[in-house]
Ligand binder design. Structure first.
Ligand code: SF4
Ligand code: SF4
Length: 501
């Protein structure tokens, strides 16, 4: 059937610069460029281009450029180009539209409407270059009160298991199969070097990554892929995945063609079979059921590790979070509307869930009101972009954040949203062996460590500017935030004042 979809991008090649080296032919995994030997010329089939920039970056003579096709549809706020094209695609395929990465719609990004405070005359600012600044965060249940031995001044209260983070930024769950083994190795090594944690996602833990266990969060998801006692033992934290921000309420599907021998072995499923994660955990239909799994995992790990529960941010997150804490979760994870994925139905990704800022504020408020905020750490995920977002999240009540997309961007991802195709030209979201080699774990780990280092310095700058020397003093301190351009209702839910007030 002839497609009615025009090319989204125009591929231009400056023939005066092109040396026919065919680097673009080899780098493009979407079969855009081809070499015509008869004419000794490289040509392009631009309707295949998804705008990933790989060829542009690697062309040695800067001969290639990619730009949006300006031949657009007639202006119409209702029938926007994306809406028209989605209808055309469905008329041609008769299927569900799949996509990768997170929600790209224009929902308000509240971080951009929050501003942080700074000291001026009183409580002077601190110069982080000359004075020590503390970013260390401990993840895990904190006691209601502590007893201290009056003689030795030692803590008498027995603490629940705690995990130390040198920087309050962890790497989000990205499963083996959804991302390549080289990506996971880059994340694991970077987490180890930077003193933070990475997360296996729901695909099990590859044998070569067991040595990074002290910096690893292992997931127990609805498909139970790769879950066994050794897997649980290896980890620093065990995370029960109930939901995911990119696709709240639905399960996952790793197509059989991505289930290579190694992926199959790690997931404990036959090679080449579809890995289907059911929408619900089939043994969890109530908070009591959740408590049973939390305590089963604590028993299985001899009460030595925090158990985390992750949900998508939805309308009643605050009530659910209260139940999760009462079910024994030591860490609760809220994954917001802009959370990413390797593959999701577009209709779910773009229309379901709530902004993480609102979910965080309401959960933190609710747990404080109920007097149980100390019983679990709050970690948020879903679109955290920079150290400013991290600082605002901490001030709104988070203990730490997860980053997924930002971490992949450090490895080269340009957010082309083609993760579900398995053809990622940057070698990130793929199990194709040739593409996988495009991420070198030595370089990948270095880039990720650099990112965390840069954010750490910026966080210290922000703290110093506020005249505080420890992240702990910012945590849940909403007085450090003001709103700009927000309604009274939004300010009320966020629990902050308007700028100037
Ligand atoms: S490498 Fe990416 S940007 Fe270049 S032609 Fe292929 S799809 Fe387009
Ligand atoms: S991971 Fe790869 S396919 Fe997915 S958005 Fe990034 S560059 Fe595109």
């Amino acid at each position: 059937m002839k497609t009615y979809l025009p090319a989204k991008f125009i591929v231009e090649r400056d023939v005066s610069r092109c040396i026919q080296c065919q680097v673009c032919v080899n780098q493009c995994s979407f079969e855009v460029h081809h070499y015509d030997a008869a004419d000794d010329e490289v040509r392009s089939q631009e309707e295949n281009c998804i705008g990933c920039h790989r060829c542009v970056v690697f062309c040695p003579t800067n001969a290639v450029s990619i730009r949006r096709n300006p031949l657009d549809y007639r202006e119409n706020y209702n029938w926007r180009p994306e809406v028209i094209e989605d209808i055309i695609k469905q008329a041609e395929t008769g299927g569900v539209l799949l996509t990768g990465m997170g929600n790209d719609k224009g929902y308000r990004i509240y971080w951009d409407h929050l501003v942080l405070n700074a000291s001026q005359v009183t409580n002077p600012s601190i110069d982080p270059l000359r004075e020590p600044m503390e970013l260390v965060t401990y993840i895990g249940r904190k006691p209601d009160k502590v007893d201290i031995d009056s003689g030795s001044l030692r803590l008498k209260t027995k603490l629940a298991p705690q995990v130390k983070l040198d920087v309050p930024v962890m790497f989000s769950a990205m499963s083996y199969g959804a991302v390549s083994i080289n990506v996971q190795e880059s994340l694991a090594r970077a987490a180890t070097e930077a003193g933070t944690l990475w997360n296996t996602g729901e695909g099990g833990l590859h044998r070569k990554l067991y040595k990074y266990g002290k910096n690893t969060i292992v997931q127990v998801a609805s498909g139970r892929f790769g879950v066994h006692p050794e897997y649980l033992d290896a980890a620093a934290v065990v995370e029960i995945k109930i939901g995911q921000g990119a696709k709240p309420g639905i399960g996952g599907h790793l197509p059989g063609e991505k289930v290579s021998a190694e992926v199959a072995m790690t997931r404990m499923i036959p090679k080449g079979t579809d890995a289907l994660s059911p929408a619900p955990q089939h043994d969890i239909y109530s908070i009591e059921d959740l408590a049973q799994l939390v305590y089963a995992l604590k028993e299985a790990t001899d009460y030595t590790k925090p158990v985390s529960v992750k949900i998508a941010a939805v309308h009643n997150s605050a009530a659910i979070a209260s139940g999760m804490v009462r079910a024994g979760a030591d860490m609760i994870v809220l994954d917001g509307l802009r959370g990413s994925t390797g593959a999701a139905p577009k209709i779910i990704r773009d229309n379901v869930g709530i902004p993480i800022e609102m979910a965080l504020a309401s959960v933190d408020t609710r747990l404080r009101q109920e007097g149980i905020r100390n019983q679990a750490s709050i970690v948020i995920a879903g679109g955290i972009r920079n150290a400013g977002d991290v600082a605002k999240a901490i001030a709104l009540g988070a203990d730490a954040v997860y980053i997924g997309t930002a971490a992949l961007m450090a490895l080269g991802c340009t957010c082309c949203q083609q993760c579900h195709t398995g053809k990622c030209a940057w070698g990130i979201c793929t199990s194709d062996l040739a593409l996988t080699k495009r991420v070198n774990p030595d370089i990948g780990a270095r880039r990720l460590v650099n990112l965390l280092r840069g954010w750490s310095i910026e966080l210290k700058d922000i703290l110093g500017g506020m005249g505080i020397n420890a992240l702990e003093s910012l945590r849940g301190n909403r007085l450090a935030l003001r709103g700009v351009g927000l309604t009274d209702t939004e300010l009320d839910i966020l629990g902050i004042k308007m700028a100037g007030g």
